[in-house]
Design a protein around this ligand. Sequence first.
Ligand code: ZN
Length: 342
Amino acid sequence: MPIAIVNALIVLPPEIGARMTTLRFDARRILSLDQPPQRGDTVLDLSGRALYPGMINAHDHLELNHYPRSKFRPVYPNAHEWGHDFLPKLAEEPYRTLRKKPLEEQCNIGGIKNLRSGVTLVAQHNPLHAPLREAEFPIRVLERYGWAHSLHFEPKIQRSYRRTPRGAVWMIHLAEGTDALAAAELRQLQSLGCLKANTVLIHGVGLSAEDRQAALEAGAGLIWCPSTNYYLLGATGDVREFAAARRLAIGTDSRLTADGDMLDELRAAAKTGQLDVHSLFRAVTTDAARLLRVRDVGALLPNHLPDFFIAPASSDPYAALLTFTPHNIEAVYVGGRLRYQR
Ligand SMILES: [Zn+2]
């Protein structure tokens, strides 16, 4: 049965702006914008509060969010060295016990972290575990994707690329470092024939200006995880060209290395001073949707999925998003259904 949300500040893509109006939806899609409630609609009065599109988290490891933020040196020259430090620690406490949590519980912790921060779609980097496919999982998880961990930890890069479902993105941690090893990775990927229009690079801290140009010319995109970059590497990449080309998305990574949730990540991104508030907003909504090749998410427009959250309204809702904590996320709807209420 259709629901009409009235007296709401509907936060549309920045080029359209936000306006007080009515949004109607059912379980499948947004039915209309600006059309008054119809006979038979359930009316939900937001009393002036804002309705934001559910955010898209383009990079998380959903089953790793119950671990503490961990590193074993103050700063790493590249993330592979962090990996080599971390893997043996899995046999020690607290990791040994934390690893034994049932997979479903591990995944749920990641799902709830995202849901409570206003994220409704996540791109998982790891297998699409069975619990992530359950209808009752708190958020949507990108279903069609290919992935490789990194050039360092994935021995069969080309096979991984080839096995990507037709029309889907292929994602890889790349140039996650500030040293020569990280700086060489884009050329390595290119020589393997895996830098294409559906390639999505994660991190890209060590990309040179030439690398960024080559990536954009190939039609590839970038997922930016600044809080993880600063934590492990003490630096982050230059993302401005990717944002200008509308091929930038933001990911939280897992709590193993990130500062917290998507709201924290947005603040970390804003703090770098590289992007204005509208570009940041696009990187977690419409641009992320395009990069991940999912139409119909990331905007409160007719025929899009009814995924959104309710938060306080303000005169500049795009800037306000950068000040939010989970306390400001009052309710989250996924597929037109209330999935979370503070
Ligand atoms: Zn990652």
